[in-house]
Design a protein. Sequence first.
Length: 380
Amino acid sequence: MPCPQCASPLPRDARTCPNCGVDLALIALLAERAYLEGLPEASPFPTTPEAVVPRIGEYLLEQGLLTAEKLETALARQKQMSDRGQRRLLGQTLVEMKLVDRETLDRAVTRQIIELHAALQEANRTLERRVAERTAELRPALERLTELNQIKANLISNVSHELRTPLAHILGYVELLEEGQLGALNEEQLKAVSVIHRGSDRLGRLIEDLIEFSTASRSGVVLKLQPVELPALMRNVIERSSAKAEKAGVRLGLSIPPDLRAAQADSEKLGWILFQLLDNGIKFTPGGGQVVLGGEREGSLVRLKVADTGIGIPPERLEEIFEPLHQLDGSPTRRYGGTGLGLALVKLIVAAHGSQVHVESEPGRGTTLSFLLPAAEPAA
Ligand SMILES: Nc1ncnc2c1ncn2[C@@H]1O[C@H](COP(=O)(O)OP(=O)(O)O)[C@@H](O)[C@H]1O
Ligand SMILES: [Mg+2]
């Protein structure tokens, strides 16, 4: 060990430094004192009950255990000590000055802690009561909301059924006009009638979607399960979509491996789902891109999928696409038509088959939607 004063090495049992002659015992004592004085005097966290209950002075006054004068004196003393760098708790000061005896102080502190505890418990009870009251207030609101939802569903269902009849009349007459059965039309009139025809067709599809959706969400999806020959169904869906794809400049692909045969499903609804997925694929794919309808065997299951090279969906919005009457572009200037009902209904129908729709997408690159169904051998 080196000498604390001159740093020259010290022999084992030296009492003075052989080099500078300093008294080693004395220097050790001085060092210890310097170290202790450098330490903070009190812990910054209250550790005694008295420190936890800081308003002890007022409390003692209230209880008549201390006079205002004595409290003043003690506070003045406490300040004096603190100016000298010696922090003292008020209770401690009171006891030291013999203004209050230790026992009284302890009792007062205990009393105050008990009161604090009771106040805390009361606050908790009030809080619990408030929560219960609020919950009770919200219940009727929730019931009302459920009722309103039911009314909305009924309204959609009734209105859409009512819309069917007049639309059937419009379409009937449009066809008569187009066929010239009500007299020959000139070219301009024919063009106008064909615009009416297309508009009415779109309206018709919208109404059918609305009816499908409201029935499905009201009374659940009723399935007619049977073995469905997938290749035939898929070819049919592609055929029905080809006009739209051609118009959009989007190539349609069909991928049917030889082991893809039949699935246990509701044939009509499955066709409808695939048509919806292709419809979206074409709609959200710019000209020059492609949409592929494919299927593959996965053990005792078959996976059906529609993959496009379109605009894609941001990862944080993948869940939104299944919300009813919701479109990612909901702005009044949106470019794509539709009602936002298609995928909500696709989800309901796939769920009724005991499965779920899986989405993979990369913005700007494309989207793939797929789902699994149990494989089935077609009826002989
Ligand atoms: N293949 C897709 N590529 C990009 N976005 C899609 C695709 N399919 C669906 N979406 C998004 O999900 C929304 C909901 O789809 P859907 O329920 O079919 O309604 P709609 O076709 O009437 O807009 C669409 O408006 C679109 O924002
Ligand atoms: Mg759609």
